[in-house]
Design a protein around this ligand. Structure first.
Ligand SMILES: [Zn+2]
Length: 453
């Protein structure tokens, strides 16, 4: 007691200097109306904010209204305008999930992107300390690719600018580490069972990591949404990067684990994580490399035979030749979602990846490969979550490989309106290089005697 009094008596008169407070945004998101929308309260402190704005141009359509203390705010064009620039206030707003990505019929859950409920302060304080707490109807939870502690999410800046997948409702969750990365899997519905999901995703992660000596991300969030579809084992996949890597996969609930493993979609989506997102006219490059890797990595890691990989590449090139409307590859890429010339864009890009890989291997007697160049170049774009130009990737690949031809070759591919020559896929001259490309690499794929199936 005496010591305490003495300590108190000798306390300095001036207050201890404290860190300057960071601006904060505390969100409370209540999912309501049978997972049909969100009521959001955001309390802002320490930054001057004029508006709250949505991610992307279309998201504003989901906004139903916004209020401060019950007084309605101007929400034209999907932006919430504060009456006067404010440093401290709580704003309420409400959104509807008018087009959820998925709504599970046999479980109470909805898959939406945060663009459908997260409005960010504008101007955006770069050092914003943001937290999000969810209130979900009874028995439900949230699953998002963001850091979380005690049920509160702490999204980093990119979560406010780039979309990611999230689930609200009832679902199963599993987590494990593979290829040096932490995997967090959310699955809607009971199938495929946990063990099958773990083996399917684990081997796809290891195959993808075999491009280098590591997986390109520390954490990956998976959303598995089983949907019955005719004849396809995995119906659909997509990757998003807002605030963390998130991969949506839509398998058939009836697929066996062998069928899931043999499918290309998981390896394709994960391969995208070696690259940055690219601008729409440059998507031939990211889709081409991911498509090339999906075939080559599965052969290297024993998920398909080498013969099947080369047959699939040949068939893909044939489909690519038949697709497209005589535009340059850059223009086909930009217009792909409208013209649906996907085969042209994906497979012309794959032809580029094959040509680069073959030439790198030939010129270096097998020392340099496209895989190694990607792995070595990846730190140059690792932190990019918003689309970059192809030149960033081409230059980094060129620098990493020491080859002089990659940038020029990329520009040539982007300009050409006919399908590229694909002699590399079947000419006898390249037989040996082809065998190298798809030769088994069990150790790189994390397959040892103990762990093999
Ligand atoms: Zn893709």
């Amino acid at each position: 007691m005496l010591l305490w009094l003495l300590g108190c008596a000798h306390a300095p008169e001036t207050p201890v200097p404290t860190e300057p407070a960071r601006p904060t945004a505390r969100y409370t998101v209540t999912i309501f109306d049978n997972f049909g929308g969100a009521k959001v309260r955001v309390c802002l402190e320490g930054a001057t904010v004029r508006e709250l704005v949505p991610i992307g141009d279309n998201a504003g359509r989901e906004l139903r209204g916004a209020w401060i203390d019950g007084d309605m705010l101007d929400t034209s064009r999907g932006r919430i305008r504060l009456r006067q620039p404010s440093r401290v206030s709580c704003v309420d707003y409400e959104t509807r999930f008018s087009s959820p990505m998925f709504r599970a019929s046999d479980s109470d859950a909805v898959v939406v992107t945060q663009a459908q409920w997260l409005w960010r302060p504008d101007p955006f304080p770069p050092d914003l300390d943001a937290s999000i707490r969810f209130v979900i109807p009874a028995g439900g939870h949230a699953s998002l690719p963001w850091p979380r502690s005690d049920g509160v999410y702490f999204p980093e800046q990119s979560a406010f600018f780039t979309s990611a997948f999230g689930v609200f409702g009832e679902f199963d969750r599993q987590a494990f580490s593979v290829a040096g990365a932490h995997v967090d899997i959310t699955r809607l519905g009971p199938k495929p069972p946990d063990d099958d999901v773990r083996r399917w995703i684990g081997r796809a992660m290891q195959a993808t990591a075999s491009v280098g000596d590591r997986f390109p991300r520390d954490q990956v969030h998976f959303l598995i949404v089983p949907v019955r579809s005719q004849g396809r084992q995995v119906f659909f996949g997509m990757v998003r990067r807002g605030g963390g890597s998130s991969v949506l996969l839509v398998p058939s609930p009836d697929a066996s684990v062998e069928q899931l493993e043999a499918d290309w979609i998981a390896v394709h989506e994960l391969s995208h994580l070696w690259l940055p997102p690219l601008r729409s006219k440059d998507r031939w490059l990211s889709e081409g490399i991911a498509t090339y890797l999906q075939e080559v990595l599965r052969a290297r890691c024993g998920l398909q035979s080498s013969e099947r990989a080369w047959t699939r590449l040949e068939e893909g090139f044939a489909r690519g030749r038949r697709s497209g409307g005589g535009r340059s590859l850059a223009s086909e890429s930009r217009n792909m979602n409208r013209t649906r010339a996907y085969h042209r864009v994906y497979w012309a890009g794959t032809a580029f990846a094959l040509e680069v890989d073959v030439r790198l291997r030939k010129d270096s007697n097998g020392e340099m490969t496209l895989l190694r160049a990607i792995s070595d170049a990846q730190p140059a774009w690792e932190t990019e979550v918003r689309p970059v130009p192809a030149s960033v990737v081409l230059r980094a690949l060129q620098d990493a490989s020491g080859a002089k031809f990659i940038e020029d070759l990329g520009e040539k591919y982007a300009k050409r309106s006919d399908f590229p020559d694909v002699a590399y896929v079947d000419s006898p001259e390249y037989r040996e290089v082809r065998a190298q490309i798809t030769s088994r690499a069990d150790r790189a794929c994390g397959i040892s005697d103990e762990s093999s199936r």
